[in-house]
Design a protein around this ligand. Structure first.
Ligand code: MRU
Length: 357
C-alpha cells in the first residue's frame, strides 16, 4: 500500500513499541501513533484508531507482546488476553489471534516467551498479507470475466472499508480491485459512505485515491438506484465473521446492499481470509453484535474553516439514537466467498470442501 507514494503497513513493531496509523484522523491528518502498553492496544481497538477485522487481530497479537514486556507474570498475561478479546465483540479475528498467541505461549519457558510472542505476532501479520494477496488473485479472475464480457470499465460497489487500512496490506474486498488495476483492467469503485463512522468515505476513498483508482463516494442509500440503472457490475464487501454455513456478518448496511443486489441480479461477493471464519457458532442470531455510542450518530466530525478537526451535533438535542455496528447477510444472498484458498459457494458444503474441515 502507498501513502503519498511511500510504502506502509498499517501496523509494525519497532524498538519495543507498536506503531499504527491513527485511522480516526484520516483522511485529514496522517498520524503515526505509538502503542507502548497493552492498555494502549486495547484503547486503540476500542476507539477505532485501528479497525477492520484482520488489523484488530494483529493489534491484539502485538498487544500481548507489549503485555509481556510490561509484566512477565502469567496472571497479567491471562487478564490482558481476556481484556483484548472483550475490546470489540464482533470481529472473530480478535479472539482468533489472541487464542493463537496464548496457545503458542502456553508451551514456552519464561526466558523465551518474549521472542516467541513477537515471532508469532509477526507471523500473524505476514500470513495476513499473503492471504490478502491471494484473495486478490482469486478475485481478479471474477473481475476479469466481467471485463471480458463488458469490454468497458467495471463498476464495483463496496461498503465500509475492507481495504489495506483494515488489514496489514492489500485489504480483502479491495485486493481484487488492486490486482485488476495492476493488470490494466479499468475499474471504478462506488464507495458507500458508511454512516456513522464513514469508513467508506474517509478510508476506502482515501486509500483508492492513494493507489490511483477511480472512485466515487455515495450516500449509503444510493446503491439501490445505481443497481437499477445498471451502473453496478458487482459488489465486493469484507466481513467481520462468517459462519460455517456461509452467513456473513459485516458493517451495518451490508445486508440491505445484498438485498438490492439480489433484486437486481447483481453478483454480491464477500472477500475474507480464513481467520474470519467462525467454525463454532451455527446460528447467526448468536453472533455478538456491537452496539456503539449513539454519539457517533448524533455528532459529526470534519475540518472547520481553519483546517482543524471539529465535532458538531447534528441531531435534535433531546432525540434518542441507536448505533448498531454490524448486521448479517444470510448466505442465500451471497454469490460466493473469495478466500485465500479460492472462491467457494457461501454454504457449509462450499466452505468445508475448500478448507477440508
Ligand atoms: O467497524 P469497523 O470499521 O472495524 O468495521 C470494518 C468492517 O466492517 C470490514 O468490512 C470488516 O472488518 C472486514 S475488514 C477486511
Amino acid at each position: 500500500m502507498r501513502i503519498k507514494g511511500k510504502e506502509y503497513r498499517t501496523i509494525w513493531f519497532e524498538n519495543n513499541i507498536v506503531k499504527i496509523i491513527d485511522q480516526t484522523k484520516l483522511p485529514h491528518q496522517f498520524i503515526i501513533k505509538e502503542l507502548k502498553t497493552v492498555k494502549d492496544s486495547i484503547n486503540a481497538i476500542k476507539t477505532m484508531e485501528v479497525r477492520g477485522a484482520p488489523l484488530i487481530g494483529a493489534t491484539a497479537a502485538y498487544g500481548l507482546v507489549l503485555a509481556i514486556i510490561e509484566n512477565i507474570d502469567q496472571s497479567f498475561l491471562n487478564k490482558s488476553a481476556e481484556d483484548l478479546i472483550n475490546s470489540r465483540p464482533t470481529a472473530i479475528n480478535l479472539k482468533w489471534a489472541v487464542d493463537r498467541m496464548m496457545d503458542k505461549l502456553s508451551r514456552v519457558n519464561s526466558d523465551q516467551i518474549l521472542k516467541i510472542a513477537l515471532n508469532e505476532a509477526n507471523e500473524i501479520c505476514e500470513e495476513d498479507i499473503k492471504f490478502c494477496k491471494n484473495i486478490g488473485l482469486n478475485g481478479l479472475k471474477i473481475i476479469e470475466e466481467i471485463y471480458n464480457k463488458k469490454k468497458s470499465t467495471v463498476n464495483i460497489l463496496t461498503h465500509c472499508n475492507a481495504g489495506w487500512l483494515a488489514t496489514i496490506d492489500w485489504g480483502t474486498a479491495t485486493s481484487p480491485i488492486y490486482q485488476a488495476h495492476k493488470k490494466g483492467i479499468p475499474v471504478h469503485v462506488w464507495a458507500d459512505e458508511t454512516r456513522p463512522r464513514n469508513q467508506g468515505a474517509n478510508l476506502t476513498s482515501y486509500e483508492l485515491n492513494e493507489e490511483g483508482i477511480k472512485n466515487t463516494i455515495i450516500a449509503d442509500n444510493t446503491g439501490g438506484i445505481l443497481m437499477q440503472r445498471g451502473e453496478v457490475d458487482m459488489c465486493i464487501v469484507g466481513t467481520d465473521r462468517t459462519l460455517s454455513n456461509g452467513d456473513v456478518c459485516n458493517k451495518i448496511g451490508t445486508y440491505l446492499k445484498a438485498l438490492a443486489a439480489h433484486d437486481n441480479d447483481i453478483p454480491f461477493y464477500v472477500a475474507l481470509p480464513s481467520s474470519t471464519i467462525d467454525w463454532k457458532i451455527k446460528d447467526f442470531k448468536e453472533i455478538p453484535i456491537e452496539e456503539r455510542n449513539p454519539k457517533e450518530l448524533s455528532h459529526m466530525e470534519g475540518l472547520d474553516e481553519s483546517g482543524n478537526i471539529k465535532k458538531i451535533l447534528v441531531y435534535p438535542q433531546q432525540s434518542k439514537s441507536m448505533n448498531l455496528a454490524f448486521d448479517v447477510t444470510p448466505a442465500k444472498y451471497v454469490t460466493a466467498l473469495i478466500t485465500e484458498k479460492g472462491v467457494c459457494e457461501a454454504s457449509s458444503y462450499g466452505l468445508k470442501k475448500l478448507f477440508n474441515k
